[in-house]
Design a protein around this ligand. Structure first.
Ligand SMILES: [Cu+2]
Length: 375
């Protein structure tokens, strides 16, 4: 909480935020490409300023020097071939002069050939999913800013709305290719320090790439208006040295291996009603209650009540299926990728027995697996 922070820390945070807010120019970024984009931006900007100074200079000089009150008679030079050629050829040459370096940089930005590694980036309302194509590691990256900061109950932190639970980790000095797509609406994956900003379109895959020179934490956001929580899907990329990256990747692969083993163990076991209800309540409150409400009554006309819902009371397979796969075109998303078999078994059991639903049904991880695999 704000009150718990040292005054010095608060001062430091405010100082750095205002510093960033006061930044007027495009940032230089941390990759060769972002440096090229910056140089291009400065070149174009200087050309525009020079043209503006020349054009307005001549204009204001003429207005003042040749004003009517001084008795100046206007000159007439309609259809002057020399002037017409000049004002066609000069802008044409300026445009060519600008187009050559711009095209060079654009082509370099689009050149995703021969990457050292590839990450599939999938946007969904309102979080990012990262899948390392060269391994079996994948995870969601969800905004970590506290609700209380958003609601102005706590002091806003230094990285307000720009912090996540699990950042994307990439190695420095390697060409990382991003395949960018979406599960629902159009998002846009944007990391200003890399000069990477690509639309994430459902049903299409866009490509981008980066090669980060220095280890560090780089922050960005979804740059496409994608619904009510558009501002709440930040991008955080941590660039580590190749050695540190390898260590991180090995640890992640170990976690995946353990989870697979744990899943096998779960499939073989039966959990008790108490265990399932306790775990299920936790999952429900953190993942489902925002829409279906803590009391299971939903929001009439927007989010259906699960209390006394016929699907929840009767059709167990349909119930498991909608939690696993969601329902296309509605806010009910697929939780199969996000929750474990155990979590889904627990939350489905919880819904079937909480709020007076009292079906007595116990759903085990293997029941969820049966629906997931169609066996
Ligand atoms: Cu978005």
């Amino acid at each position: 909480m704000a009150a718990a922070l040292l005054p010095l820390q608060i001062f430091a945070q405010t100082a750095s935020t205002t510093e960033r807010a006061g930044e007027l120019n495009l940032r230089q970024g941390v990759t060769d490409i972002s440096g090229q984009v910056y140089d291009l931006h400065m070149l174009m900007f200087s050309i525009c300023v020079a043209i503006a100074v020349a054009v307005f200079g001549v204009m204001f000089y003429s207005i003042v020097k040749h004003r009517k009150s001084r008795g100046v008679k206007p000159a007439h030079f309609h259809e002057n071939v020399k002037v017409e050629i000049a004002w066609t050829v000069i802008p044409f040459l300026i445009l060519i002069f600008m187009a050559v370096p711009a095209a060079k940089t654009l082509i370099a930005m689009e050149d995703t050939d021969e990457p050292d590694m590839t990450v599939l980036v999938t946007g969904s309302q309102w979080k990012w999913h990262y899948q390392y194509m060269d391994s079996n590691v994948s995870f969601y990256s969800v905004m970590a800013t506290q609700r209380e900061q958003i609601e102005n109950k706590y002091e806003k932190g230094e990285n307000y709305l720009l912090e996540v639970d699990r950042p994307l980790v990439i190695p420095t000095g390697q060409k990382v290719r991003f395949l960018i797509t979406s599960d629902d609406v159009i998002h846009s994956w944007w990391v200003p320090d890399f000069a990477v900003k690509k639309d994430a379109n459902p049903g299409f895959i866009n490509e981008a790439w980066t090669k980060v020179n220095e280890p560090g934490i780089y922050r960005g956001q979804c740059a496409e208006l994608c619904g009510k929580d558009h501002g709440f899907m930040p991008v955080v990329v941590v660039a580590k040295t190749p050695v540190e990256y390898e260590a991180w990747m090995t640890a992640q692969e170990e976690i995946v291996r353990k989870a697979k083993k744990e899943e096998q163990r779960l499939l073989a076991m039966n959990m008790s009603m108490d265990e399932l209800m306790t775990a299920g309540e936790k999952v429900y409150n953190s993942t489902c209650a925002a829409c279906h409400m803590p009391n299971g009554e939903g929001l009439p006309g927007v989010f259906p009540a699960l209390k006394a819902s016929p699907m929840v009371l009767e059709d167990q397979a349909a119930h498991i299926n909608i939690v696993l796969n969601g329902k296309a075109g509605t806010a009910m998303q697929a939780f199969g990728k996000m929750l474990s078999l155990k979590d889904i078994a627990a939350v489905v059991t919880y819904e079937r027995n909480a709020w007076g639903n009292n079906t007595g049904d116990i759903v085990q991880p293997k029941d969820v697996n049966a629906v997931a695999t169609g066996k």
